[in-house]
Design a binder for this molecule. Structure first.
Ligand code: SF4
Length: 315
């Protein structure tokens, strides 16, 4: 797989673009995830024409439509930022992004819970950074996260799973349009989708079943929308347990009673959150190889992102 292209707030890469001339290097993003990703850096404040260093800024006014204002001299930078952001998102359409990692707590780049000050100078954490809001409205289906939330193992696993899934889907889009490609993609992603949402799993199954009756463009469009909506929903031990038990059904005939007992025990320990997901997955992978199970061998659920990222060691 080619590297995944991801937008990122420039200061997270260690570039000295912050208002005080500093950076917010995040080593996981550069050194670990960076091995699989090609970053497209975006610093709204510098790119919209503000210098380094510069006066710090914050949001103030109506939390749903706040103004971007410099902290001490009270200059309103909203128009300048909005004009630039609208142009920049149009340019980013050509970048083939599979997601964006925003800098948390920034009045320009923060994606949620940004402080918005009222006329008495009291903050309420309900704002969205000016650029982040325009980006999210423009690319409503793209996976987005901020570096702070990515410290949570569940959110990290979910985000990285989504960007890898989107990259695989983009590879389908790059090929000649065919219903067969959608069916093939869906077949391999079935159990992954089920682990996020049984409801979307059903909807997508129905969509693929009537693929022949739909204009092909509409099929691609609808499939992509439901896929992204499904994967946005978080997996839980309960949902994953359902998938693991479903997988076990494929070995009913082959597993010895000892093997069955052991697998059931491991799945139950995972359900009770005594052990991480990687343990039952490893055992099932072992049986997939041992019994050469053709359907499960193809399932992305067993291998949604590189093992080296160790994402399932912590969920
Ligand atoms: S938070 Fe955004 S605007 Fe601020 S320095 Fe980082 S990239 Fe630039």
């Amino acid at each position: 797989m080619e590297k995944i292209r991801l937008g990122i707030s420039t200061c997270l890469l260690g570039n000295n673009v912050r208002y005080d001339g500093g950076h917010k290097l995040d080593r996981f993003l550069t050194d670990t995830l960076g091995q699989y990703v090609e970053y497209v850096p975006v610093c709204p404040e510098v790119e919209c024409g503000l210098g380094i260093p510069r006066e710090s800024m914050h949001l103030e006014g109506d939390p749903d439509s706040p103004r971007l204002v410099t902290t001490y001299s009270k200059q309103d930078m909203t128009e300048q930022m909005v004009r630039w952001a609208q142009k920049r998102v149009a340019e980013l359409e050509k970048e083939d992004l599979c997601g964006f990692i925003f800098k948390s707590n920034s009045p320009s780049s923060g994606m949620e819970r940004i402080r918005v000050y009222n006329e008495k100078g009291m903050p309420i954490k309900r704002g969205v950074g000016v650029f982040a809001k325009i980006f999210r409205n423009h690319f409503s289906l793209l996976p987005v996260e901020d570096e702070g939330r990515l410290h949570d193992p569940g959110l990290r696993e979910n985000f990285i799973e989504r960007i890898f899934a989107l990259k695989r889907w983009r590879e389908v889009l790059d090929r000649k349009e065919s219903r067969g490609s959608v069916v093939d993609f869906h077949t391999k992603h079935k159990l992954l989708i089920l682990s996020h949402s049984p409801k979307h799993y059903q909807m997508m199954g129905m969509l693929v079943a009537k693929a022949k009756d739909l204009p092909i463009k509409e099929l691609y469009q609808q499939y992509q929308t439901i896929l992204m909506e499904a994967l946005r929903l978080k997996t839980t031990p309960k949902k994953n347990t359902n998938v693991l038990q479903h997988m076990m059904g494929y070995f009913k005939e082959q597993l010895s009673s000892d093997e069955k007992k052991e697998l059931l025990e491991v799945i139950d320990h995972y359900r009770q959150e005594y052990i991480p997901l990687i343990v039952p997955i490893t055992l099932i992978q072992h049986y997939v190889r041992k019994y050469d199970q053709p359907y499960l061998k193809e399932q992305i659920f067993l291998n949604p992102h590189p093992l080296e990222l160790q994402l399932r060691n912590h969920v």
